[in-house]
Design a protein around this ligand. Structure first.
Ligand code: ASP
Length: 296
């Protein structure tokens, strides 16, 4: 069977603030980040391993807003969240309210593997990261000058600031035809401390089953209310939609400019729809189809 991978680095009103140098950096990073997962799939890795490693690479890349370079809460701190789901096992791991865990997606994977739970938050999640000796860093380590600037602008005029992409994710179909999805984020600029978005919520921001894997990005509250990621799978199962129809209809069911999603089915078919100005994205498959995109 053929393999396929898609990644995203957030969707939103990204074009108006995109400088030439930032565009050049993103255009260089996206193919490299896509290749992290593609090379693993070429060598027979499982979809679950691939989405975890691809998301770690995205978390480590400061250009995208998860891990270092995450956005700040209204209190000027970072609260990170992530989730991962394996379609073959039908198991998920999710974490939220993280302050010191360098790679939230790694902790989510460990929750999936090592506990009977699907979702662990706050100090309990931090304690697990400590016990399992995952990399931890001071909260300020996640801060970059760019995010501080965005927070200052947001706090001085919350109405003027448009939603900024603040999420990364990956979906993959491996050569055995199993799919998995992962999503990781700092949330939204100036969010209330304690606010939880769609990214760590299985069903809303992340979903994978025996048909399809989905990772979402955009205005989290809307994706939560739509149950967006799971709804793509439900439309395929119950309405007989193709992956493209299902993803497009779920995006269309939310208000304009809500964001976007990436999805792959067990035949390796991918779709990457968005209703916002743009979505940082990359994709590759075993047929040699590969590419990146920012705007429409
Ligand atoms: N969905 C994320 C959240 O609401 C943000 C984003 O994807 O831009 O936390």
């Amino acid at each position: 069977m053929g393999w396929a991978i898609a990644i995203h680095g957030g969707a939103g009103a990204i074009l108006q603030s995109l400088t030439d140098s930032h565009r050049a950096a993103v255009e260089q990073a996206l193919p490299e980040l896509t290749e992290v997962g593609a090379s693993m799939l070429r060598n027979g890795a499982t979809a679950l391993d691939v989405v975890e490693k691809a998301t770690i690479a995205l978390e480590e890349c400061e250009l995208f807003q998860a891990g270092r370079g995450s956005v700040l809460t209204a209190a000027g701190t970072h609260e990170l969240e992530a989730s991962i789901m394996d379609g073959q096992m039908g198991k998920a791991g999710a974490v939220c309210g993280l302050r010191t865990v360098r790679n939230p997606i790694q902790l989510a994977r460990q929750v999936l593997e090592r506990t009977d739970h699907a979702f662990v938050g706050g100090s309990g999640a931090e304690d697990l990261a400590k016990a399992w000796e995952l990399d931890r860093v001071p909260n300020e380590w996640f801060t970059t000058e760019r995010r501080l600037d965005e927070l200052r602008r947001h706090l001085s005029d919350p109405d003027a600031s448009r939603p900024h992409p603040a999420t990364v994710g990956a979906v993959a179909c491996d050569e055995k035809g199993f799919v998995a999805a992962a999503t990781s984020t700092g949330g939204t600029t100036g969010k209330l401390p304690g606010r939880i978005g769609d990214a760590p919520l299985i069903n809303a921001g992340t979903w994978a089953d025996s048909r399809v894997a989905v990772s979402c990005t955009g205005i989290g509250e809307r994706f939560i209310l739509a149950g967006a990621a799971r709804m793509v799978a439900a439309r395929m199962e119950l309405a007989g939609d193709s992956i493209e129809e299902a993803a497009k209809r779920v995006m269309a069911s939310m208000p304009p400019e809500s964001g976007g999603m990436i999805a792959v089915d067990t035949a390796g078919k991918m779709t990457l729809p968005f209703t916002s100005q743009g979505m940082y994205r990359g994709w590759a498959n075993s047929d040699g189809d590969r590419g990146i995109g920012i705007g429409p």
